[in-house]
Design a protein around this ligand. Structure first.
Ligand SMILES: NC(=O)c1ccc[n+]([C@@H]2O[C@H](COP(=O)([O-])OP(=O)(O)OC[C@H]3O[C@@H](n4cnc5c(N)ncnc54)[C@H](O)[C@@H]3O)[C@@H](O)[C@H]2O)c1
Length: 404
């Protein structure tokens, strides 16, 4: 008989639809196979959302595509889902609602995958890591940009010492106004686009170049999403200073916005430049790929610059319809990691397998401290600015953040 791993989903919004849904639908047909764990079924067993509306709508449209699942709703939806004891839980609630669900699931001994940003403070992160450790389960976070083939190539050139010693760089990620104005209107108050998307690049820099994060500065603009003197931010500019083993430093500027006009052709415009002792890496989401125009459709129902590497619904050359890309691949990878821990050998060796997977630090929560430190510092500095004390500087000493 085939083994089954039961999954629980907390939050069924935009990211569920883009990455988790295609994963659960494709794995329902193909199963997951690896020589080490054999042929495994991954079943979405339950979903927890606030109102249940989206889960129930998906129950209807997914009939015949995935097996039936239970919808839990209300204030204790996540606790009901945890009580049903799935093998793993995916947390895709708004940025500031990851911690409690992840904590409760880890406490119950359930593997957890959290959408980026994992959590908003080091205290929360340390608590989750301690719970994962003491309960012998995985606590991991989704940073799908690390699986982007371009970023894998960048890291390969750095690891192989072809690109030598990063000196400085910039990243920019611009989201359209519809994200802040419509998509996230329910939870936008007090939030900023830096925490929401700069984390993609903080992780890329941290994971690719290593080093020790030491200084964080940040500023931002207000007045479009919320009042000009309020706590809700339109755009943010973050600067990180890293120090490397040889004592040399690098500075990175990360600019983010969620008020770019909706008809801007570069939907989710992404650009990076990293400068090295002996080279430059330039990446641009619009220049790497396709520009598409369809009368009456682009840039709204179809995008001008589609990132087919991240997520694309296609007809495969062999006739099958699929939705694939690194956004889906990263979810499948986590399911494989759970299967490796639980199903790929004798129970007596489970601890070794758990350590092996926890050592893969591209997504382990224990390797997310510098990213969370940058997020915590950014949130603190912006709160200071909103309170009339702009231009604060944060230092990270490896343990905690100090505003100076
Ligand atoms: N990896 C990426 O590139 C990427 C892209 C978009 C979003 N995200 C992240 O995914 C998370 C969700 O974003 P989204 O765009 O899907 O948001 P969304 O607003 O579209 O959906 C949020 C979902 O969470 C549910 N929810 C809210 N509070 C809840 C609670 N307390 N208990 C249970 N369910 C609750 C809502 O019912 C809804 O189904 C965010 O952290 C976001 O940063 C990641």
């Amino acid at each position: 008989m085939r083994s089954v791993l039961k999954a629980g989903m907390v939050g069924m919004g935009m990211i569920f639809d883009e990455t988790y849904r295609p994963f659960f639908e494709s794995v329902a047909g193909t199963g997951l196979y690896d020589r080490r764990f054999g042929d495994v079924d991954i079943a979405l067993a339950g979903a927890a959302t606030r109102t249940g509306r989206r889960a129930e709508a998906y129950q209807q449209v997914s009939q015949g595509i995935i097996p039936a699942f239970t919808s839990y709703s209300g204030l204790d939806a996540a606790q009901q889902l945890i009580a049903s004891r799935p093998d793993f839980i995916c947390v895709a609630t708004p940025d500031n609602r990851h911690f409690e669900v992840a904590r409760d699931a880890l406490q119950a001994g359930i593997h957890v995958l959290i959408e980026k940003p994992s959590v908003l403070s080091l205290a929360e992160l340390d608590q989750l890591n301690q719970l994962a450790e003491s309960n012998g389960v995985l606590a991991r976070v989704v940073y799908h940009k690390l699986l982007d083939p371009d970023h894998k190539k960048l890291r390969t050139l750095v690891v192989d010492d072809v690109l030598q010693h990063v000196n400085n760089g910039y990243c920019s990620l611009l989201e359209p106004k519809q994200i802040s104005g419509e998509q996230f209107s329910e939870w936008i108050t007090g939030r900023n686009p830096g925490t929401y998307v700069a984390v993609h690049y903080i992780k890329l820099i941290d994971f690719t170049f290593g080093g020790r994060l030491k200084t964080i500065t940040c500023t931002g603009q207000r007045g479009i999403v919320g009042p000009a003197d309020g706590p809700t931010w339109d755009s943010c500019q973050l600067r990180l200073i890293y120090e490397y083993k040889d004592g040399r430093e690098a500075a990175f500027d990360l600019h983010t916005s969620w008020v770019t006009p909706d008809n801007f052709p570069g939907y989710v415009e992404q650009e990076v430049q990293f400068r090295f002792d002996n080279g430059i890496w330039n990446g641009h989401s619009r220049r790497r790929g396709v520009e598409l125009t369809v009368e009456g459709k682009t840039p709204f129902s179809l995008k001008n610059t589609i990132n087919n590497h991240y997520n694309a619904s296609c007809i495969e050359p062999w006739g099958e319809r699929s939705q694939r890309g690194y956004g889906v691949e990263v979810i499948e990878r986590f399911a494989r990691e759970v299967a490796l821990v639980e199903l790929s050998g004798p129970a007596s060796e489970r601890g070794d397998r758990l350590s092996e997977i926890r050592g893969l630090d591209y997504s382990d929560l224990s390797a997310d401290r510098q990213v969370v430190a940058a997020v915590e510092a950014m949130e603190l500095i912006l709160a200071e600015q909103a309170a009339g004390r702009p231009d604060r500087v944060a230092r990270f000493d490896g343990q905690s953040i100090h505003l100076v």
